[in-house]
Write a protein of this length. Structure first.
Length: 276
């Protein structure tokens, strides 16, 4: 074969190969561009926000959950009570009030039960019927927030006590507030987490909490539990309220007015005798 013809065929083949490669590169480029465009559109849909997002009405910061048997169960967006001095954006954690931070002698539970049964207005609150009857007779009275203390939401207690036990709570609250008056911790309040329970409530509670025993003094309206001390703001430290709580409870215990069971998550307090 003529050499010129062979050279021409080689160049023709090389041209076809180069042309095919160019077409392949162009096709791949078009495919990638289309894919990137589709991806960009998908990403834009994912990241797009349909209008301005409204802020959550009540963004509650994580706080120590009440660990005693009446730990409150609150709705996720339930309004949070704040002290007027506290910024709406400020998280104020409570001070602990239990045997780990406040050492107090433990009075045996038999003494608590004997004291509860011997109080003037005492009776055993078996069920809701007995509870209502006791309130109508005046053996139980309603309890609300007071100076130096406030009530936590309660699932397993009724906000009632014997009249003399209510008076004890008021006296302890005043004594606690008096010790903090004029200090940076003024306004700190004891958090009351358990009050009067019916025996039916107590039995249900004892299924999940070993501290909740049958024939509880809570079922006589003679006891209440203190679990935390709530500060008004973060300028109030915990050392002053802790010292004040220890002094107050020790004074009432030494005076013979109360019996105490220090627990890992609260103080169980029972009225021993009324103040005259």
């Amino acid at each position: 074969m003529d050499m010129r013809l062979l050279k021409k065929l080689r160049w023709d083949r090389l041209g076809m190969l180069l042309g095919g490669a160019a077409l392949l590169v162009f096709a791949l480029g078009s495919f990638v561009s289309a894919e990137e465009e589709a991806s960009g559109q998908t990403q834009a849909v994912i990241l797009a926000h349909p209008g301005g997002a409204e802020p959550i009405a009540q963004q509650r910061a994580a706080t120590p959950r009440d660990l005693d048997e009446d730990a409150p169960e609150e709705p996720a967006l339930a309004p949070v009570k704040r002290d007027p001095r506290t910024s709406s954006k400020e998280t104020v954690l409570p001070c602990a009030c239990n045997k780990r931070v406040i050492p107090l002698p433990r009075n045996p539970y038999t003494a608590h039960r004997d004291a509860a049964r011997s109080l003037p207005n005492s009776f055993f609150v078996k069920d809701e019927i007995e509870l209502r009857a006791g309130k109508s007779r005046g053996n139980l009275v309603d309890v609300g927030d007071g100076r130096g203390y406030h009530l936590a939401p309660m699932r397993h207690s009724h906000m009632m006590l014997l009249p003399e036990t209510r008076d004890l709570l008021v006296d302890i609250g005043h004594a606690f507030a008096d010790r903090l008056e004029g200090t940076p911790s003024e306004g700190t309040r004891l958090r009351i987490t358990s009050l009067t329970r019916t025996d039916d409530q107590q039995r249900l509670l004892s299924r999940r909490n070993y501290n909740a025993i049958n024939q509880s003094t809570h079922s006589y309206g003679a006891s209440f539990d203190v679990a935390f001390m709530d500060r008004p703001d973060n300028t109030a430290n915990c050392s002053l309220p802790t010292r004040a709580a220890q002094e107050v409870l020790a004074a009432f215990q030494n005076d013979g007015r109360i019996l105490v069971i220090p627990e890992g998550n609260c103080f169980h307090i029972t009225l021993r005798r009324a103040s005259f």
